[in-house]
Design a protein around this ligand. Structure first.
Ligand code: HEC
Ligand code: HEC
Ligand code: HEC
Ligand code: HEC
Length: 139
């Protein structure tokens, strides 16, 4: 009687292991930080205070797509997809110098954050996303 179930149980255990192996790498995924204090070093002069950024509000409440901010360019096309590793902006954007299209870190942040906010105001959608007032972002 028992022998009849031996092979199926082994198969079952094996399947469980295979499933576990496939699922395990998910544990290595980068955590999604809800709030981020943007406070990089390496600028010529650190003239402005750090910036508190509401990561979850931007993605969930304001419905901004991940690839509006995260990118990996290949032949001029953004090939970054949700689930891909997210390097820090500073890993590609130097705090001191721009390199052609790869703007320096301050410009990279300002263009990303301010241009979107400015467009929202231009289109009459909202004035609550800061783009002129420095202390709307910098503490
Ligand atoms: C929409 C948000 C936003 C607004 C508005 C904004 N900034 Fe920034 N700024 C940032 C972010 C984000 C950084 C990157 C901070 C870091 O890397 O530590 C930054 C970096 C900087 C830096 C380089 C880092 C430093 O502290 O020296 C300067 C200078 C700066 N901003 C000046 C200004 C000035 C002046 C204004 C107003 C005219 C302004 N910013 C408005 C978001 C903003
Ligand atoms: C409005 C801009 C914006 C949007 C939208 C956005 N992020 Fe981010 N995200 C950032 C910024 C800025 C950082 C901090 C980068 C840095 O410190 O250089 C960050 C950091 C991260 C990090 C942490 C990286 C680390 O250093 O460990 C992960 C993971 C991440 N984002 C994933 C996502 C995913 C997934 C989505 C979509 C669901 C998303 N982000 C949407 C701006 C954004
Ligand atoms: C893997 C490298 C890499 C990382 C990480 C990266 N960038 Fe970039 N970024 C680039 C490259 C390359 C370009 C130029 C693309 C092109 O050819 O136009 C660029 C362009 C930009 C532009 C367009 C600038 C313009 O000309 O108006 C903005 C804004 C920007 N990045 C902001 C960010 C922000 C904010 C982060 C972090 C959340 C970030 N980048 C992370 C490589 C990177
Ligand atoms: C693609 C569009 C987009 C980008 C990129 C973007 N934002 Fe925003 N941001 C919004 C929207 C939409 C709101 C909500 C405005 C409202 O309340 O009506 C907002 C609101 C804000 C506010 C005020 C409310 C809050 O949640 O704190 C701050 C501060 C802010 N953004 C900072 C940033 C910074 C810093 C960056 C760059 C790292 C950034 N944003 C990038 C769309 C964007």
């Amino acid at each position: 009687m028992l022998k009849k179930y031996f092979i199926p149980s082994i198969l079952c255990i094996l399947t469980t292991f295979i499933v576990m192996i496939n699922v395990l790498p998910a544990a290595d995924n980068q955590p999604f930080p809800e709030e981020i204090t943007i406070n990089n070093e390496g600028y010529e002069a650190d003239r402005k205070g750090p910036v508190e950024f509401t990561h979850t509000d931007h993605t969930e409440s304001y419905e901004v797509a991940c690839n509006e901010c995260h990118h990996d360019y290949m032949d001029g096309k953004n090939i970054w997809e949700e689930g891909d590793y997210v390097p820090k902006c500073i890993e590609c954007h130097d705090p001191q110098e721009s390199d052609g299209n790869v703007k320096n870190l301050r410009l990279a942040f300002h263009r990303n954050c301010k241009i979107c906010h400015q467009n929202l105001a231009k289109e009459g959608i909202t004035e609550d996303a800061p783009y002129t007032k420095c202390n709307g972002c910098h503490s």
